[in-house]
Design a protein around this ligand. Structure first.
Ligand code: GLC
Length: 347
């Protein structure tokens, strides 16, 4: 009864306030249903950062920072305008449904980031099974995208969908080569477009989101609201020095030399040509380096160079990542690492 009374009072209040001249407000997180423009025309991203925690399986390791408004306000204040949220959706999918409590948590993270004025790229990350066996996994892949698309269809266009992180061809029954990637990516685009006709979709470049995979990428020509994610970590010996999963025995520092710059110049040249030829925006959705062993001065020079060269050709970037081993933010000191952040921001 009490709840009924409160509901009626609220309804009266809303009617009265509208009669007094207000236009019904649109939540910042919902898209304007009357907006007929193409979201790509108002996409405004330049500098972003990956919040990589969600790529993990266990919900309890999230850590409270990921849900806190102050995390996103701080990210924004440092000069980032977007975040990338890598999510292992397949871990939260069972019997045709996405885990409800996980989705609530994800909603709240996305809402908080959007409310803080950040654009959010929701990235389907870390599904390794599909790399060796497309045929056995594609149905699940399509089902997940059907559910995610339906779930977020009314969200603001500041939420972007990224189809699949770092697809690559792995030996197995049905490897995800460029041909297969085109097939499942085009199908996923069709699925997303049923409920989200205009939301910006981020497609993957074949072979680990690489610049050399771009030549094999096929996208629908009549859909302007698609951008492409590429990553660069080459040379791995430099960017992944000290990463135990990459080279468990490495204890010797690898210094920055000309070969690193040559590599970046190649990436930038190819990206510039691709954007010129296709008119499609490329986004450098991941680059960065493991910090444990590297020389701080080298880190600054490397990151500063990648970020500034990307900006010169109009390619937005997102640093990998926020607060783990590549972290721009140091969670134990509770402060940003100046030799990373300043380099990224060109200071
Ligand atoms: C990829 C991987 C991620 C890794 C990063 C840097 O995005 O999915 O787990 O930390 O690259 O190597």
């Amino acid at each position: 009864m009490k709840r009924k009374l409160i509901t009626s009072c609220l309804a009266v209040a809303v009617i009265l306030s509208c009669l007094s001249g207000c236009t019904p407000s649109i939540s910042p997180n919902l898209r304007d249903l009357n907006d007929t423009s193409n979201p790509i025309d108002s996409l405004s991203i330049k500098r972003g950062i990956n919040l990589s925690l969600l790529e993990r399986e266990n919900l309890s390791i999230f850590g409270s920072f990921i849900t806190k408004e102050k995390t996103y306000l701080d990210i924004k204040e440092q000069g980032f305008d977007h975040i990338r949220l890598p999510v292992n959706f397949h871990l939260y999918y069972k019997n045709g449904k996405l885990n409800g409590s996980f989705m609530k948590k994800l909603d709240s993270i996305i809402n908080t980031a959007l409310n803080c004025g950040l654009t959010v790229v929701l990235d389907f990350h870390g599904w390794y099974d599909i790399n060796s066996d497309v045929n056995s996994n594609k149905r699940e892949f399509y089902e997940i995208w059907t559910l995610v698309s339906e779930h977020y269809k009314d969200y603001s266009y500041n939420l972007l969908f990224e189809i699949l992180n770092e697809p690559y061809e792995e030996e197995g029954p049905d490897p995800l080569n460029a041909y297969k990637l085109n097939e499942i990516q085009l199908e996923a685009i069709k699925i997303i477009r049923e409920t989200n006709p205009k939301r910006i979709i981020v497609a993957a470049s074949p072979e680990w989101n690489t610049w050399w995979g771009l030549k094999d990428l096929i996208l629908p020509e009549d859909d302007p609201n698609i951008i492409v994610d590429i990553h660069t970590y080459q040379p791995m010996e430099f960017t992944h020095q000290g990463a135990l999963w990459y080279s468990p025995d490495a204890t010797v520092q690898v210094r920055l030399d000309d070969s690193v710059f040559t590599e970046i110049n190649k990436v930038i040249k190819t990206c510039k040509e691709y954007m010129g030829k296709t008119g499609r925006l490329l986004w450098l959705g991941e680059f960065g380096m493991e910090l444990t062993l590297a020389d701080e001065g080298d880190v600054s020079k490397y990151l500063g160079y990648v970020a500034s060269e990307s900006e010169k050709i109009g390619m937005p970037w997102a640093y990998w990542e926020y607060n783990r081993s590549f972290g721009a933010y140091d969670p134990s000191e509770k402060e940003w690492r100046p030799y990373v952040l300043d380099a990224l921001m060109g200071e």
